[in-house]
Design a protein around this ligand. Structure first.
Ligand code: FMN
Length: 325
């Protein structure tokens, strides 16, 4: 369909396709990335990790960085307000062999902003350049940045930030065109993605309000961006990758997951999480994911009521026995 599904070259790295899993704190961990790769995501982003925590060898942070066995390509996203800290953190992540290192310039959370990271960086575009430069000086792995459109609606400066990032050596820019003040509310202004694409020569990846394959197709077509990344649209719905690839390839979606397929995938997600984190942590992390898989299914509320009451793996196994054919 209009060649919207295409290979994408980021510095020396060529990806087979342009449909990605966005970085999402609390969601894009190794188990979920493994599942999204199963359904065809061409590049997965880890959730953001602190460069300071990496330098301290914080075990929890290091865990977040592990590559899934089926992940051909994955990007590690760092957050930092400090170029030196960025360079030191790079040394710590090289063993993981990421395909790409991404710098978070969009996180709106006050605690992150206080450390000078996330969307706080958009107030000082030259610092974005300095951080990117510090990373590109430390490794040949391609580096990208993920921006918002600006800090507030009065300070829309994604173009300036993108150009400084490119000056520092960034090989790709992702844009979530909401301001920091908007948080995750309101709508993403896709017009900004089009403006960015027309202004820079590196690949541009669009993010924001991608809840269906049709949204992805429309963003690619309307903005001319090189690729898209699913965030909230993928929660409980890793099938969106397969569906989007079909839509872009054939113009229609043949694959429609039924309830059985959804429960099987949710169950696999549970098992992968327990394997990865151990039962104690996994059972806390997994509830939001499992509930998300039930969205739109008949009897979803009853199923969610049962799932939220589970507090051992045995409980979950019992509930899934009643759901799986
Ligand atoms: C729960 C949650 C966690 C997120 N964590 C990150 C993150 O760690 N790094 C980042 O750059 N963006 C993060 N984002 C932003 C997403 O990557 C994405 O840009 C944003 O949600 C817009 O896409 P959507 O409207 O399709 O969800 C997060 C978003 C959500 C909802």
């Amino acid at each position: 369909m209009n060649n919207l599904l295409k290979k994408i070259k980021i510095k020396d790295m060529e990806l087979e396709g342009n449909i990605f899993l966005a970085p999402t704190a609390g969601y894009s961990d190794k188990p979920f990335r493994e599942i999204c790769s199963d359904f065809g995501s061409f590049l997965n982003f880890t959730e953001m990790v602190s460069t300071e925590a990496l330098i301290r060898d914080n075990l929890k942070t290091v865990t977040l960085l592990q590559k899934a066995s089926n992940e051909k390509n994955y990007a590690i996203q760092l957050f930092t307000g400090n170029p030196d800290s960025a360079a030191k953190a790079v040394e710590k992540i090289l063993d993981f062999k990421p395909s790409l290192i991404d710098i978070n310039c969009g996180c709106p959370v006050p605690k992150i902003l206080k450390s000078g990271a996330g969307s706080e960086l958009m107030k000082t575009p030259k610092k974005i350049r300095d951080i990117v430069k510090s990373v590109t000086n430390s490794t040949d792995i391609p580096v990208s940045v993920k921006l918002r459109s600006g800090f507030t609606s009065e300070s829309i400066n994604f173009l300036e930030c993108a150009n400084y990032a490119i000056e520092g050596g960034a090989s790709m820019i992702s844009l979530h065109p909401r301001t920091r003040s908007q948080g995750y509310s309101g709508t993403a202004d896709w017009e900004n993605i089009k403006t960015l694409k027309n202004d820079v020569s590196v690949p541009v990846i669009g993010s924001g309000d991608l809840y269906s394959p049709y949204d992805a197709e429309r963003m690619l077509r309307e903005t001319g961006c090189d690729g898209v990344m699913f965030a909230r649209g993928s929660f409980g719905n890793p099938f969106i990758f397969k569906e989007t690839i079909e839509l872009l390839k054939y113009g229609k979606i043949k694959y429609i997951p039924d309830a059985d397929q959804k429960f099987k995938t949710a169950y696999r997600h549970l098992k992968l999480s327990v394997e990865f984190y151990g039962e104690n942590i996994a059972l806390k992390e997994i509830k939001k994911h499992l509930c998300a898989y039930t969205k739109g299914l008949s009897g979803a509320k009853d199923i969610r009521d049962k799932l939220v009451r589970c507090n051992t793996l045995d409980h979950y196994e019992e509930v899934f026995k009643t759901l799986l054919f």
